[in-house]
Design a protein around this ligand. Structure first.
Ligand SMILES: C[S@@+](CC[C@H](N)C(=O)[O-])C[C@H]1O[C@@H](n2cnc3c(N)ncnc32)[C@H](O)[C@@H]1O
Length: 300
């Protein structure tokens, strides 16, 4: 059996009882180690909590070396641990499909994900549109396909969850070119960097999917003892020190319910200003009223 087990967001004890029982039966335990990190537990702490050795699974192992993970999984139990939920944000459907093709039985054990815990900022999960990912820009790679998705969400009034890039096992271009397996220290995008990149692309595109004055909420270390939220405009949050990772950002949609706003105001430095920023943004982004076609407009 291949078990895909969600670890939840922060503590070693966030794993479910069923998840822990499954790990105890497994002969190999992999921890997916490139899309997220468990903030309040080290590998050693997890190993002693589970009473099992953990094999760290980087992107290469999961995407190209899945044979190793699936090896013998039709005869023995193998666990693949994912911080959050196995299907939260980066899904691991690939691994499941490969297992199914090899007739390996699969069981999924779910847990909390950033995709639902984000509701802790006060915005209704029902009012979210497409989630987007913000990657670290480099000198010659500044992808911006997420911009259109934010625009589509905002056009129909929905909030956008922006997930921020993390790089946990990255080679420098020089080391890669020379085939040297030397890795850079881990990097986690901050809220300020995310907002700077948002503003850069808005300036380049100029179609005002959002503006520097668009309200947003920064969400840091969700589910940990130092979880924090900060409401502000994108330009204000471009100067915000968000502290230790992990971070996510939500760009508000046009339809911000009064209860959502009441919640967000708790996290604003200047409540009155934030309230006005939200009102102005909603006004600015209101679509033109729909006018039913008249007979003159019709082709007949
Ligand atoms: C690719 S997603 C993986 C999500 C994970 N599988 C889950 O279900 O929560 C990782 C990104 O989600 C966001 N994230 C994950 N956990 C978070 C947390 N506890 N607090 C804030 N953001 C978080 C960060 O932007 C992080 O870089």
């Amino acid at each position: 059996m291949l078990y895909l087990i969600g670890l939840g967001l922060s503590y070693k004890s966030d794993i479910t009882v069923r998840g822990l029982e499954a790990i105890k039966k497994c002969s190999r335990v992999y921890l997916e180690h490139y899309t997220s990190i468990l903030m309040a537990a080290s590998q050693e702490e997890l190993e002693s909590y589970y009473g099992k050795e953990i094999i760290l699974a980087d992107r290469e192992l999961v995407e190209t070396g899945s044979k190793q993970i699936l090896n013998n999984a039709d005869k023995e139990d193998v666990a693949f641990l994912v911080v959050g939920d196995p299907f939260g944000a980066t899904t691991h459907t690939d691994l499941v499909l490969r297992a199914k093709r090899e007739a390996i039985p699969v069981e999924i054990i779910h847990n909390a994900s950033v995709m639902n815990a984000v509701g802790a900022c006060g915005l209704q999960l029902y009012n979210f549109g497409q989630t987007v990912s913000m990657v670290f820009f480099t000198d010659n790679w500044r992808p911006d396909s997420w911009y259109d998705k934010i625009w589509e969400n905002r056009k129909i009034g929905l909030h956008t969850l922006v997930l921020l890039d993390i790089k946990v096992k990255e080679q420098s271009i020089e080391n890669m070119a020379r085939g040297r397996l030397i890795y850079e220290p881990p990097r986690y995008m901050s809220i300020a960097q995310c907002c700077e990149q948002l503003l850069e692309i808005e300036e380049k595109r100029g179609t005002k999917a959002y503006t520097p004055d668009t309200p947003a909420v920064a969400i840091s270390r969700l589910g940990s003892s130092s979880q924090s939220f900060k409401s502000g405009t994108i330009s204000e949050l471009a100067n915000y020190d968000s502290g230790e990772p992990l971070h996510s950002l939500v760009i508000l949609g046009r339809q911000c319910h009064e209860l959502e706003l009441e919640y967000l105001l708790e996290f604003a430095d200047d409540k009155e200003k934030f309230g006005k920023d939200v009102a102005n943004d909603q006004e600015y982004f209101k679509p033109a009223a729909w006018v039913p076609p008249t007979e003159d407009d019709s082709d007949e």
